[in-house]
Design a protein around this ligand. Structure first.
Ligand code: NAD
Length: 527
């Protein structure tokens, strides 16, 4: 058998290269130009990059033998994953390689703030000896608030415990049991902000986390408290932070990440109570070595026909099955998006039943993975994909069960989906008749195309309730396009599904939820 050929196009740790050399013919060319890469890539089975080399569609289309694109780091911004998908090429990375480095940098920033290390360093180098100016604070027995307990947050927990700190965690997507296991108290964001002596952020940047810490949050922090951001710029609002630091509303802040990088003329840098580092959380020899070792090991696994752990893209389905499943993949995505928006709280269980013809089709677990992908993607830093969705769900304590039933209530196929969270149970049934449709919500028959803006309310079927909800939306200039209602018996529990012309804002939802006879309301938005 021909020896496999690997090109390493960016500089990576030597040990990663020597590991690869044991099984493959490795070319290291860390100055290769995009044009040269397009010309030579046809000979290679795998390519390893860091950030310099872009693996573009042009490169991928010129690579008939390529099986793996490996990024020795976190994220794959420099790889055209879609083009790789189309050619059935695996994209792998090393997501866990930097967690310890970032956690240690966080601890370093914590110490720097608590003991004013960077200020004291500057002062001594200026020839001063200002012992009394640099009165510090011990971390011992202090309350540390960790926002986001994923890979990095959990490593911070371990290190903070060694400092004898009490730990509060806010992460709406982990269970209380996960908190108990780590020996931390899981609380809501407001409690964490009010009670912590130090707050550290370890969440992805999402619409939900952008400006998570703004003026209101800084206002309720203890006046002596410190805040640290080693996650992503934009999670702390920099203008609000400037005001809070300038007015000594909080004790201090440390930032490794900024809204704009490098930051241009930030007024924050005038302040003594701000510690800044240039996005170096992951910049350690060990993180880079680990990234190289992880991807080298993954490539070797693939060459030896094993299953790599960090594959980011879709496994290749044979084209015939793909065509068969395509409409149901579309339906699964819509149902996942519906559930992601309609449920709240920690997901404990997800039950999916495939009914009718779908029960007899091969590979319907791909649909379960697709639903999970849509539900989990918005809350995690690393892309959740059809390969890793089940294991990520398992790691987060979600029990996923799949069932099959031949009977399908007159439809060709139905997907029944039920999600239990620690707050709620929600179920929907969907089918595909020319397009995806939701045909049952919480057991009530409906006929809804998941598109545009929708509003769903649970209410008691008493005279005047439907009208009152409609009037409330009207008061806020929300126009109702269509309405469906479902109930089991007169006067009992009922559900109302509206198509609306505008998205229903959270403030209006809260007003509806407080109305007489209304048991709940959600707003959904589809592409
Ligand atoms: P992760 O996906 O393992 O963990 C993120 C956690 O945040 C998850 O547990 C998730 O449930 C939680 N979360 C999601 N939305 C939330 C919300 N609205 N409120 C509270 N919690 C929420 O990610 P990770 O690998 O731990 O990375 C965390 C952050 O660190 C990311 O923003 C990543 O980009 C950043 N990072 C920074 C550096 C650096 O150099 N400074 C290096 C690597 C990663």
């Amino acid at each position: 058998m021909d020896q496999k050929k690997v090109i390493v196009a960016d500089s990576i740790n030597e040990k990663g290269i020597s590991d690869l050399e044991e099984v493959a013919d490795v070319t290291v060319d860390t100055s290769i130009t995009p044009e040269e890469l397009v010309k030579t890539i046809k000979d290679y089975d795998a390519i390893v990059v860091r950030s310099r080399t872009k693996v573009t569609r042009e490169v991928i289309e010129a690579a008939p033998k390529l099986k793996i694109i490996a990024r020795a780091g976190v994220g794959v911004d420099n790889v055209d994953v879609e083009a790789a998908n189309e050619k059935g090429i695996m994209v792998i990375n090393a997501p866990e390689s930097t967690s310890i480095s970032v956690a240690e940098h966080t601890m370093g920033l914590m110490m720097s703030l608590a003991r004013k290390i960077s200020l004291a360093d500057k002062s001594v180098k200026e020839g001063k000896w200002e012992k009394s100016k640099f009165m510090g604070m011990e971390l011992n027995n202090k309350i540390l608030g960790i926002v986001g307990m994923g890979r990095i947050g959990s490593q911070v927990v371990k290190r903070a415990k060694a400092f004898n700190m009490d730990i509060l965690v806010y992460d709406p997507y982990i269970s209380d049991e996960a908190g108990l296991e780590m020996g931390v108290s899981v609380v809501d964001l407001e409690t964490l902000i009010r009670q912590s002596d130090l707050i550290t952020l370890h969440v992805p940047l999402t619409p939900e986390t952008r400006n998570l810490i703004s003026a209101d949050e800084l206002e309720i922090m203890k006046d002596t408290a410190f805040i640290i951001n080693c996650s992503r710029g934009g999670i702390v609002n920099e203008e609000a932070l400037y005001d809070a630091l300038k007015n000594n509303k909080i004790g201090g802040a440390a930032l490794d990440v900024f809204t704009e990088e490098p930051p241009q003329d930030s007024p924050l840098f005038e302040l003594d109570n701000l510690v800044a580092t240039p996005h170096i959380g992951a910049s350690t020899v060990e993180a880079q070595r680990d990234a190289a070792l992880i991807v080298a090991n993954e490539i070797i696994t693939v060459f030896q026909d094993g299953s790599p752990r960090n594959v980011l893209n879709m496994p290749v389905m044979d084209p015939k099955n793909f065509q068969l499943m395509k409409p149901y993949l579309e339906l699964a995505e819509k149902m996942g998006s519906f559930m992601m928006q309609a449920t709240s709280g920690n997901i404990k269980n997800m039950d999916v039943t495939y009914c009718g013809e779908l029960a007899e089709m091969p590979q319907h677990d791909i649909l379960t993975r697709s639903i999970l992908q849509v539900i989990l993607n918005p809350i995690l830093t690393e892309p959740v994909n059809l390969v890793n969705a089940l294991s990520i769900a398992q790691n987060r304590g979600i029990v996923v069960t799949e069932g099959k039933r031949l009977e399908s209530e007159g439809y060709k196929c139905i997907i029944e989906l039920e999600i239990k969270t620690d707050e709620d149970v929600f179920s929907i049934d969907g089918t595909f008749v020319d397009e995806p449709k939701i045909i049952k919500i919480n057991g009530y028959w409906v006929d809804v195309k998941p598109e545009g803006n929708m509003f769903i309310a649970k209410y008691q079927d008493l005279p005047g309730t439907i009208g009152a909800i409609g009037t409330k939306l009207g008061e806020h200039e929300i126009n109702i396009a269509t309405m469906q209602v479902g109930r089991r018996e007169a006067g009992g529990e009922a559900i109302m599904v509206l198509k609306v012309d505008q998205s229903v804002p959270q403030s209006v939802l809260e007003e509806v939820k407080k109305m007489d006879n209304v048991d709940g309301a959600v707003s959904l938005e589809f592409d």
